[in-house]
Write a protein that binds this ligand. Structure first.
Ligand code: SF4
Ligand code: F3S
Ligand code: FES
Length: 248
């Protein structure tokens, strides 16, 4: 049965804004994005919201519902009680463009900073051979839909604009880990992960993993193994001696 849901939606731009209250019809089986669309269609035609697939696969509709980073199209109204006020705000870590739409270009900048897959020079495309276990490891990371909810939730940058230059965020540290663990990638990414992409800022709080809509084990399967590899390199006595002698 339908009911009148209470929505509190942030409206504004990069200069100012506030939370505004609305009452919107909700029907059985609907998600928060349905109500935002109904609000747009019936009361606030210029409400800005980014979305595309409405199936949890494009990563466009990321926002925060009651303060938790979520995909609006995958957040069922049935998880809230009918008399609850549901607060919908833009992702806090990124600058607002308007209403629920944020400027996520930080993430594209970080993506470009990571050197691409580097296979051995004597291997041509078509000659790559890998074990299934290595394929599966990469496939987990490749499920990423680039919703940036993990980036939004990570405390290292969520309230610390000043860390954004030095820290790539969980999504891109995961990309570095994927390449570092790839058996055909010959680049040594351990030093860069630590010095250029801020792996040391991550203190394994696992909040990124908790909000990932693809259920990727970002912390356990990417960040912790990457930290172990960096530690191996730094504290290996032979590597340490080599670094001293050759001042690398
Ligand atoms: Fe979104 Fe998960 Fe990819 Fe992060 S790792 S961008 S939370 S899909
Ligand atoms: Fe941030 Fe995830 Fe590490 S939330 S601190 S990148 S475990
Ligand atoms: Fe595509 Fe929500 S609209 S993930």
């Amino acid at each position: 049965m339908g009911y009148q849901a209470k929505l509190r939606v942030w409206r504004g731009d990069d200069g100012s804004g506030d939370l505004q209250d609305f009452t919107v019809e909700a029907n059985e089986g609907e998600v928060v994005l349905d109500l935002i669309h109904r609000l747009q269609a019936t009361q606030v035609p210029d409400l800005a919201v980014r979305w595309n697939c409405k199936a949890g696969k494009c990563g466009s509709c990321s926002a925060e519902v009651n303060g938790r980073p979520r995909l609006l199209c995958m957040t069922r109204m049935s998880i809230f009680s009918e008399d609850e006020t549901i607060t919908v705000t833009p992702m806090r870590t990124f600058p607002v463009i308007r209403d629920l739409v944020t400027d996520v270009s930080y993430n594209y900048t970080k993506a470009r900073e990571i050197p691409s897959f580097t296979p051995p020079e004597d291997l041509k495309p078509g000659e790559y051979r890998m074990q299934q276990v290595d394929v599966q490891r990469s496939q987990e990371f490749r499920k990423c839909i680039e919703c940036f909810l993990c980036q939004d939730t990570c405390h290292v940058i969520r309230d610390h604009e000043e860390n954004k230059t030095a820290f790539a965020g969980p999504r891109y540290l995961m990309r570095i880990a994927e390449l570092e663990m790839h058996p055909l990638d010959v680049a040594d990414r351990r030093n860069e992960a630590q010095t250029d992409h801020g792996l040391g800022y991550c203190n394994i709080t696992k909040c990124c993993t908790e909000v990932c809509p693809e259920n990727i084990h970002i912390t356990d399967n990417a960040l912790i193994p990457m930290k172990e590899r960096v530690a191996d390199r730094r504290y290996d006595p032979i590597v340490w001696l080599g670094n001293k002698l050759f001042r690398r």
